[in-house]
Ligand binder design. Structure first.
Ligand SMILES: NC(=O)c1ccc[n+]([C@@H]2O[C@H](COP(=O)([O-])OP(=O)(O)OC[C@H]3O[C@@H](n4cnc5c(N)ncnc54)[C@H](O)[C@@H]3O)[C@@H](O)[C@H]2O)c1
Length: 306
């Protein structure tokens, strides 16, 4: 194909895909059925991991729940069964430990079978200024928020690739798109998670595996306890999100094969601004939105959940 032909083809296809996206935005998109799928959620022992598990419970899936907190994940399993889940398997798994991820993944394959929907949701936050953050916590943050995604993909993606069927879900953060004062290691881990998930998604496109879908989720603060104490300056503009709302939006994104989900909607506009604003304007906007002080009142989880 020569240059003119290829350029024309790209232009026409771009217009077509723009129109398709516009129609999808206006009309409700049909949701896929996940009946019969095996859904693994990491960090299912509390917060949005637990709510997602209970949302999936009524969808005729096999649930595989992982968390470093055994009591928490046990409680989630109980709640999922109460909501009608037909098959629930829970495991204590420390996602920061590569050997443990591989070991528990093998146990899941033996006891349950191949995972077809993988939701990397486990996450931690240091909540300190970079120079005050202990090295061990910085490493742990990267291990849980980023590297665990590498190892779970390595464990579960081969079976998806073989069948050209599956869904990879990365629960990242708006802090994976915009740097935040006081969240350096967390932002690094979430930027990396976004870049990793996006790149593997493109590898799958290049490899001709359209049956494996990918979804990257970037929410603003959620009222789960992880960021307890953090305030938002203009709650109407950038509200702290309710976990039930976030879980519902994530479920909708998975069931409609949405590639990127940013929450609240204002985040899409902020990302657009970030792409072209002079850096000094970005700084005064950051101050205006309170981004320089989000972490000043951070307390984080005060007690172990369940
Ligand atoms: N809460 C927020 O404001 C917010 C905002 C944006 C993104 N997120 C992301 O959403 C995800 C879920 O967060 P949440 O708000 O439900 O928090 P949460 O603290 O309620 O849930 C996180 C879960 O991960 C588990 N976990 C921690 N370390 C682990 C490890 N090493 N191995 C296995 N499990 C481990 C915890 O035990 C916990 O059950 C996280 O990835 C978080 O970074 C949260």
């Amino acid at each position: 194909m020569n240059f003119l032909q290829e350029t024309l083809r790209v232009l026409l296809l771009s217009v077509y895909y723009f129109l398709e996206a516009f129609v999808k935005f206006l009309l409700p998109v049909g949701k896929k059925s996940v009946a019969g799928e095996t859904v693994l959620i990491t960090g299912a022992g509390s917060g949005i991991g637990r709510i997602m598990a209970t949302e999936f419970a009524g969808m005729d899936v096999t649930l595989v729940l992982w968390d470093v907190n055994l009591d928490g994940v046990k409680e989630t399993a109980r709640a999922a069964k109460e909501k009608g889940a037909r098959s629930v398997h829970y495991y204590r798994a420390d996602c920061s430990d590569r050997a443990e991820v591989y070991r528990v993944a093998e146990q899941v394959r033996q006891e349950v079978g191949d995972v077809t929907i993988l939701i990397n949701n486990a996450g931690i936050v240091t909540g300190k200024k970079f120079m005050d953050s202990p090295d061990t916590l910085i490493e742990k943050t990267l291990q849980v928020n980023t590297m665990a995604h590498f190892w779970t993909y390595k464990a579960f993606l081969p079976a998806m690739t073989e069948k050209n069927h599956g869904h990879l879900v990365c629960i990242a953060s708006s802090a994976g798109l915009i740097g935040v004062n006081g969240l350096a290691d967390y932002c690094a881990s979430k930027f990396a998670a976004v870049g990793f998930a996006e790149s593997v998604g493109l590898e799958l496109v290049a490899a001709g595996k359209p049956g494996i879908k990918t979804t990257i989720v970037c929410p603003y603060f959620i009222n789960t306890g992880m960021f307890d104490g953090c305030g938002t300056k203009w709650p109407r503009l950038l509200p702290v999100l309710e976990p039930e709302y976030v879980a519902k939006k994530i479920m909708n994104a998975i069931l409609t094969d949405q590639t990127f989900l940013l929450m609240p909607r204002g985040m899409y506009f902020l990302m657009f601004l970030k792409s072209f604003l002079p850096s000094k304007v970005a700084v005064i906007l950051g101050v205006y939105f309170g981004a320089f002080n989000f972490m000043d009142t951070f307390k984080g989880r005060q007690k172990k959940v369940d």
